[in-house]
Design a protein. Structure first.
Ligand code: PLP
Length: 424
């Protein structure tokens, strides 16, 4: 068959972009070659609706083995009692949890999107805000830290059925124990969505939500450095609080409700090629090499935060405990939108981001979010962080000087050429 030149030349173009530029998008990373190989393997040809050993299709012996390995490795990595590795994405993982735990119209309490939360935690444009009744907590304006007092107040007043913690743009750790105590006062369940810091949590660099939160979801492609996908876990299984029974009249365990909410609840056939890639990534994340990597991710984030602060950048909460930071550019006379565009010209990729209490729209924003997961995979260390912050600062200062931006781009390309992405 003739190769699709158009698409493959575009893939090459994207590979060059990734190879040459500085990838600071906090939710991105670069998978290993073996993860990539599994994701592009013959497993993409296989239908396997159901779970290992309980499929609706024949010929599933091999994929059963692969999926079982993925489940066991996920459990080992997070010290979980149960895991479902089938969600196609983080949003799908959350959709399945909501379907399992809630009825349409039920109240939920999540972290405000405009303060750093995620769309799937109750935004009105998302299923979570359309099907359920969302309430929100945010950060304190003065400190940029989660306003736990507000969380408790709203929880006690509204009595949501589900409290969601976790974020897309929050640089500090979470007090899962406190959130569980609040939930217990009103009989609510707690979901921790650890999509961003899951790699740091897995290797003990941040607080562990599994002992406190009823259910934990994560994407597999951010700090965890696996293929794009989702994962649902529980620290321990428990009887579902809704009294839903099996055909034999026994109360169904929560794991059964969650499994059923993934398939047939919200998905059809699982992506076994991606599940194989997840299994490999979980195996990698259990290694000493990954431990060195994730420790370096955190060190790099702290070095980068310090370098920004030294140049009078305003970091929300003043710094970071994880792999990312949210920067308010209000004192730099540039919007998040323009900063993203300008940095793009220097081949530094970031995303514009609302900051808490932002006066600008989500399309313009006052801030940017940056993270160190991807550049650490490229082998960059603390000394490079200072240089990167210098590139960013210079680019923002000279934002309308195209030749100057081009000079920075060349320096960026030189830096990245010393840290090749994939062996040719
Ligand atoms: N939850 C959080 C906290 C996220 O940051 C994200 C993605 O950015 C998601 C869920 C959704 O993941 P996906 O894009 O895989 O659907």
């Amino acid at each position: 068959m003739k190769k699709d030149k158009l698409i493959f030349s575009l893939i090459e173009e994207e590979e060059a972009r990734q190879e040459n530029g500085l990838e600071l998008i906090a939710s991105e990373n670069f998978v290993s070659e073996q993860v990539m190989k599994a994701a592009g393997s013959v497993l993409t040809n296989k239908y396997a609706e159901g779970l290992p050993g309980k499929r609706y299709y024949g010929g599933c012996e091999v994929v059963d083995e692969i999926e079982n390995i993925a489940i066991e490795r996920a459990k080992e990595l997070f010290n979980a009692a149960w895991a479902n590795v089938q969600p196609h994405s983080g949003a799908q993982a959350n959709a399945a949890v909501f379907l399992a735990l809630l009825n349409p119209g039920d109240k939920i309490l999540g972290f405000d999107l405009s303060h750093g939360g995620h769309l799937t935690h109750g935004s009105p444009v998302n299923f979570s805000g359309k099907i359920y009744k969302p309430f929100f907590y945010g950060v304190e304006e003065a400190t940029g830290l989660i306003n736990y007092k507000q969380l408790e107040e709203v929880a006690l007043r509204e009595k949501p059925k589900l409290i969601i913690c976790g974020a897309s743009a929050y640089s500090r750790d979470w007090d899962y124990k406190f959130i569980r105590e609040v939930a217990d006062k009103i009989g609510a369940l707690v979901l921790a969505d650890i999509s961003h810091p899951s790699g740091l949590i897995a290797r003990g660099l941040l607080a562990d939500p599994l002992p406190y939160c009823h259910v934990v979801t994560t994407t597999t492609h951010k700090t965890l450095r696996g293929p794009r996908g989702g994962l649902i876990m529980m620290g321990k299984d428990f009887e579902n609080p809704f009294g839903i029974k099996t055909p034999k009249g026994e109360i169904k365990m929560m794991s059964a409700l969650l499994d059923g909410a993934v398939f047939p609840g919200t998905q059809g056939g699982p992506l076994e090629h991606i599940i194989a890639a997840k299994a490999i990534a979980f195996g990698e994340a259990l290694s000493d090499k990954y431990m060195d990597y994730i420790v370096q991710v955190k060190k790099n984030a702290q070095a980068m935060a310090a370098a920004f602060v030294a140049r009078d950048y305003k970091l929300i909460s003043g710094g970071t405990d994880n792999h990312l930071m949210l920067i308010d550019l209000s004192n730099k006379n540039i919007t998040g939108k323009l900063a993203e565009e300008v940095l793009g010209k220097a081949e530094i990729t970031v995303n514009k981001n609302m900051v808490p209490f932002d006066k600008r729209s989500p399309f313009v924003t006052s801030g940017i979010r940056v993270g160190t997961a991807a550049i650490t995979t490229r082998g960059l260390k603390e000394k490079h962080m200072e240089k990167i912050v210098e590139f960013i600062d210079e680019a923002l200062i000279h934002h309308d000087d195209e030749p100057y931006l081009d000079k920075i781009r060349k320096k960026v390309n030189e830096m990245m050429a010393k840290h090749p992405l994939y062996k040719k």
